[in-house]
Design a binder for this molecule. Structure first.
Ligand code: WT7
Length: 631
């Protein structure tokens, strides 16, 4: 949908709230359905039970591929840029992508993957990753993509939770100057994964790998043995499309489930609306497909709209801090969608790299993943957008499937560090601690959504109760986001950050309990408490307070051992930035850790710790403050 003026936005928004079903039916009509739905929406937030476009039949890949072939078969669907600037880029037209997806879908079928089976994908950012994802969708298999930074144990937990039958991986991945041995990690993971029957391995880094007889197959060999066409499986709108694991307040990540019809409609609608995508433009989202941003805005959103999506294997600062700008100029990118952490890290290299680039192709900029601070917003606006590109600061979550609160480019007047206003179809509310809805402006509270939208999660895989408890039980009849938020005098929304035990490190969600569990697995550790603290580049850093009675005489060695443990248990992305050895933790008499106090200490603000008289041992606080100063 394209909205052309703020007036029009307000009209469309009003209609979307007054007649949501008509509104969403109108959007859904712009997609290709084998059979139209019987009912647009049925829902309750108490179970919860949410169904969009019930009775509708479709396949999302017919929307992302087949329907573009006649008019746009030769249009680039995916442009791939390597980690290595010397390497040629690769362009897959819609016709070529269609054929590759069909072929790989046939490979999956040949290896006995059927509709409803779960497939784990652990791959580098190469076109074959998008092909693998779409091939699953083609035959109705459920993909569970795991980010390349997770450890063998994390992968094993995810594979077992979803009972995956097949794994798609590669020998290795390049990320900047680093190489990740993906197949080796998978081999370690699969020691404890009896459900996996086959592993398909793509050659990419050409690192030696061990191929297990009867289980492991080469991608390149398999693809030669199959037909170039594969009919798309007919799916119900509410059939499962994918599972994506994300962290929460408890130790175990949960598998967020998205379904075919609603997710497709929502990803496509938000993509075309918020970014104001124009035919023939190049859209560049810098996320990894291992996260929801990559699912929705590298793969499904752009392709469903017949857009050209740029996929970048590397990192913004390798081999030089000008790399991201070189990629933008090389491919004449029109829309650049990135994260505050990337912007801040690039800012750290000064203005020379960015000011030396042309960047005149850019028309729209986007930000996602965490609150963007005003300094980074202005730098992005001035040095990247040259003050002529609107910045869409898009607030959303793995669970929401697509953008929720975001400016519409060229339509919504922006305000630095504000996600601004809800997209049409989205009904946010702020609530106080008791769950009362806070009306009016110039207020703050916890952010909830009071009406369903097609892209919302339907369940958490294998544990519906957990979905209900996490999102629908804190406040009655509301979806609770876990975010704090303010609504200013103009009715504009500004997300202030998580209000639960989740930290947002470089735009990646990490549960404090998960990191604590990992640290506690180290033999020398008695107990630990993990909190977030403000970090100049990452947004938030991970601060661990650890009871470790007998550290090595070189305490740094013990710290490194802990980092190694966390890397093994979760992955390098969860490594604490700071580790403080303490003899006790501030606990209430009932034994609950008072994280509020630790958060203050981690922030370096010990002026007002509040009432600590109810602690088991108030003396421990002084000790911690003292040690923290010396760290
Ligand atoms: C959490 C969701 C959505 C894709 C990336 C992260 C934070 C996300 C913004 C934004 C302020 C933001 C929230 C949210 N967040 N976008 N524009 N401004 N905060 O997905 O891992 O599911 O994390 O990221 O805290 O709840 P995720």
């Amino acid at each position: 949908m394209q909205i052309n003026s703020f007036d029009e936005y307000q009209k469309v928004y009003k209609q979307s709230v007054e007649q949501p079903e008509e509104f969403w039916a109108g959007i859904a009509d712009t997609f290709k359905w084998r059979k139209k739905w019987d009912k647009v929406l049925s829902w309750n937030f108490s179970e919860p039970n949410i169904k969009w476009f019930e009775g509708g039949k479709l396949n999302i890949t017919e929307n992302c591929l087949d329907r573009h072939l006649e008019k746009n078969g030769d249009k680039p669907a995916i442009i791939w840029e390597s980690n290595d600037p010397e390497k040629d880029s690769v362009t897959l037209t819609y016709k070529i992508l269609h054929e590759q997806v069909c072929r790989f879908a046939n490979v999956l079928k040949k290896n006995h993957v059927k509709k409803g089976d779960r497939v784990c994908i652990y791959m580098p950012m190469v076109p074959e990753l998008a092909v693998a994802v779409l091939a699953c969708a083609r035959i109705g298999a459920v993909h569970s993509v795991v980010f390349g930074g997770f450890s063998a144990k994390s992968i094993a937990d995810r594979i077992n939770d979803a009972q995956c039958k097949l794994v798609i991986t590669a020998d290795g991945a390049f990320r900047g100057a680093k190489q990740i041995q993906l197949k080796e990690v998978i081999d370690d993971a699969l020691i404890g994964c009896p459900s996996v029957e086959k592993v398909i391995v793509l050659t990419h880094t050409r690192t030696p790998v061990s191929m297990l007889k009867g289980r492991d197959l080469w991608f390149e060999d398999e693809i030669k043995l199959v037909d170039t066409y594969c009919p798309a499986e007919e799916m119900d709108a509410e059939d499962m499309l994918f599972i994506l694991y994300t962290s929460g307040s408890t130790g175990k990540p949960k598998g967020v489930v998205h379904t075919v019809g609603g997710y497709m409609v929502y990803a496509g609608y938000t993509f075309s609306t918020a970014f104001n995508y124009q035919p023939d433009e190049i859209f560049f989202c810098t996320a990894d497909i291992g996260w929801i941003t990559g699912h929705s805005y590298i793969v499904y959103g752009p392709l469903s709209q017949g857009a050209t999506t740029l996929m970048f294997e590397g990192v913004p600062t390798y081999p030089t801090p000008a790399r991201l700008w070189e990629v933008v100029d090389k491919h004449k990118v029109n829309i650049l969608y990135t994260a505050p952490t990337a912007i801040r890290s690039l800012m750290g290299f000064g203005n020379e790299p960015v000011d030396g680039a042309d960047l005149s192709s850019l028309r729209v900029l986007g930000s996602v993943g965490e609150p963007i601070n005003e300094e980074a917003w202005h730098w992005f606006d001035e040095h990247v957008g040259k003050k002529k590109c609107p910045i869409v600061d898009t607030w959303w979550q793995t669970e929401t499937g697509g953008l929720m609160i975001s400016p519409i480019a060229f339509v919504t007047p922006t305000k630095p560090s504000y996600a601004t206003l809800p997209l049409p179809g989205v009904q946010p509310v702020l609530v106080d601690e008791q769950g009362n809805i806070i009306e009016g402006n110039d207020v703050s509270g916890n952010l909830c959504i009071k009406f369903p939208w097609p892209g919302m999660l339907r369940t958490t895989y294998g544990d519906h109760e957990r979905c209900k408890l996490t999102y629908f039980s804190t406040y009655e009849n509301l979806y609770f986001t876990g975010d704090g938020c303010l609504r200013d005098a103009d009715g504009y929304y500004k997300i202030t950050g998580r209000v639960d035990d989740v930290i947002n490190v470089s735009g990646h969600r990490i549960g404090t309990a998960e990191v604590e569990n990992a640290i506690n697995m180290h033999a020398g550790v008695v107990e630990s408490a993990v909190v977030g603290y403000p970090h100049d580049v990452k947004g938030q850093g991970i601060y661990a307070f650890v009871i470790f009675p007998n550290p090595h005489s070189d305490a740094d060695l013990s710290r490194k051992d802990i980092l190694q443990t966390v890397t093994r248990v979760i992955g390098a992305i969860a490594k604490p930035d700071k580790i403080l050895f303490v003899s006790g933790l501030p606990k209430t008499r009932s034994g609950k850790i008072m994280r509020r106090i630790l958060r203050k200490i981690a922030e370096g603000d010990t002026s007002n710790l509040g009432d600590i008289s109810t602690l088991q041992d108030p003396g421990v606080v002084d000790e911690i403050i003292d040690k923290a100063r010396q760290l």
